[in-house]
Design a protein around this ligand. Structure first.
Ligand SMILES: Cc1cc2nc3c(=O)[nH]c(=O)nc-3n(C[C@H](O)[C@H](O)[C@H](O)COP(=O)(O)OP(=O)(O)OC[C@H]3O[C@@H](n4cnc5c(N)ncnc54)[C@H](O)[C@@H]3O)c2cc1C
Length: 443
């Protein structure tokens, strides 16, 4: 087994997604010598922008949430005028109509049969508040009544997480899930709800969301970034990670490590393996996968919306997004790329399907929404995100805490990022926590 790959770097970062890149960015700014190890061939993780024909598309419907002024300034300094304020509202596709997002009471009245509207109102008036709902289903029914909850939140959540909503934690209602907030679907429906901050204005880079991380990678410098270097083993002893193995062949002495690798994977590659209970807990936490079906179309635009949500279970996709409605610079005037998101488990037929069959199935379902002629389709692609969403089941908090507490005993090993900490973190959170962590660790 060889030893090189900048063994001497005092700061070693695992993973070149937004979390790892943010850590390396602040590390370089602080003057640290560092090495970043990324398993795939490119940086950006789940937040990349790729090219298909003449169009750019993001790997997931990303936008920059302007929630941390310091982070927004940092990213604005990097991108300059390429960071644009965009106004593109989203829609909910329901019963063949495109309703406003978040849903408005007027839209419900206009678009649902009156019997259903009456039931929604009666359930709302006659509800008995549950002071401590134990799962997401109970919370949603308690909050909105059964009919409205089932119409939007529960169907959508089951598609998104692939689990019965009675097994999902109430965390998914909001809180940590701030920006994928399911309440957003219905915000505006209850008295006192304020939908204004979801009105469709957000920040977005001219050349796609992933350009934030291309720019950050430039600042870090290619000499510090080692792509196609997968961490395959973490050797530990006496409360430290002693060394790690890259691609199963190269051993590197461990110094101070910031790891953004998925939490369960981290536990699995410990050598020696942790106690059986820890291993079992790690094996019981799961990530939802996401399939992206991309269609480059010969038409100037598909819709006016940033995203269209599909809560109904008959549609295989949960969301359609069109990057050109975020930036006109990502496609030629006469073309647009649309991306359909299909959340999956490993065993899902869609995840197993061949590319052609999958694209045909998705296009057929899309044709019920809006006709796309075969001769309009210029290019297609399927892109897979194996670690898209941490699945927040009932009891997940205790499991995650147990694993994080176990790993915290390695004094030179620090967890950062969405999948490493099993939290719904976004770019602004990752930059903020990376800055805080780099400032705190003692090299
Ligand atoms: C559909 C979707 C929509 C989203 N929308 C938004 C949004 O609008 N705004 C927003 O701010 N955020 C959004 N996010 C969240 C955002 O994508 C994540 O917060 C971000 O990607 C997390 O970064 P990370 O570095 O923690 O993890 P990741 O992006 O998963 O990066 C981890 C990296 O580690 C690498 N890696 C894995 N295993 C190994 C190994 N063994 N060795 C070396 N490298 C390894 C991976 O290849 C990857 O590059 C969205 C996410 C999804 C899935």
């Amino acid at each position: 087994m060889s030893t090189d790959l900048r063994s001497g770097a005092p700061l070693q970062i695992f993973g070149g997604g937004p979390g790892g890149l943010a850590a390396a960015y602040y590390g370089v700014k602080a003057g640290y010598d560092l090495a970043l190890y990324e398993g795939s061939g490119a940086t950006g993780g789940n937040a990349r922008t790729l090219k298909l024909g003449d169009c750019l598309f993001d790997t997931g419907a990303h936008r920059l949430h302007d929630k941390n002024p310091e982070v927004t300034d940092e990213i604005r300094n990097l991108l300059g005028s390429d960071l644009m304020t965009v106004n593109a509202p989203s829609r909910i596709h329901l019963a063949g109509r495109r309703l406003r997002f978040p849903l408005q009471p007027g839209d419900l009245l206009r678009n649902l049969p009156w019997q259903k509207v009456a039931r929604i109102i009666l359930e709302r008036i006659g509800r008995n508040r549950d002071p401590s709902p134990s799962n997401f289903r109970d919370w949603a029914v308690d909050q909105y009544g059964k009919t409205l909850a089932e119409l939007l939140l529960l169907n959508y959540s089951e598609k998104l997480w692939g689990e019965e909503t009675g097994k999902l934690s109430i965390q998914i209602a909001g809180g940590r899930l701030r920006n994928l907030d399911l309440r957003a679907f219905l915000r505006g429906v209850l008295p006192g709800d304020d939908p204004r901050h979801l009105d469709g204005a957000f920040l977005y880079p001219r050349h796609g969301f992933g350009s934030i991380f291309s720019r950050v990678s430039e600042e870090i410098g290619s000499g510090r970034i080692h792509c196609e270097n997968r961490i395959t083993s973490l050797k530990h002893g006496e409360g430290r990670i002693r060394s790690f193995v890259v691609n199963g062949t190269t051993r590197v002495d461990a110094r101070t490590i910031i790891s953004t690798l998925p939490l369960n994977l981290t536990v699995e590659i410990l050598d020696p393996l942790p106690p059986r209970t820890i291993l079992e807990t790690a094996r019981s936490i799961r990530f939802r996968k996401l399939l992206l079906c991309v269609f480059c179309l010969k038409r100037p635009k598909f819709s006016d919306n940033a995203s269209i949500y599909f809560p109904e279970s008959e549609k295989p996709f949960t969301r359609l997004y069109e990057c050109k409605n975020r930036s006109p610079f990502v496609a030629p005037d006469d073309q647009t790329a649309i991306v359909l998101e299909l959340p999956c488990h490993e065993t899902s037929p869609y995840w197993q399907m061949g590319e052609k069959e999958l694209l045909d199935t998705v296009l057929a379902a899309l044709n019920d929404v809006e006709r796309v002629r075969e001769d309009e389709v210029l290019n297609t692609a399927v892109y897979k995100l194996p670690f898209a969403y941490p699945i927040l089941e009932v009891g997940i908090e205790q499991k995650v805490e147990e694993l994080i507490r176990y790993l915290a005993d390695f004094e030179n090993f620090h967890l950062l990022g969405r999948n490493a900490t099993f939290q719904y973190l976004h770019t602004h959170d990752l930059f903020a926590s990376a800055k805080e962590m780099v400032g705190r660790i003692d090299l």
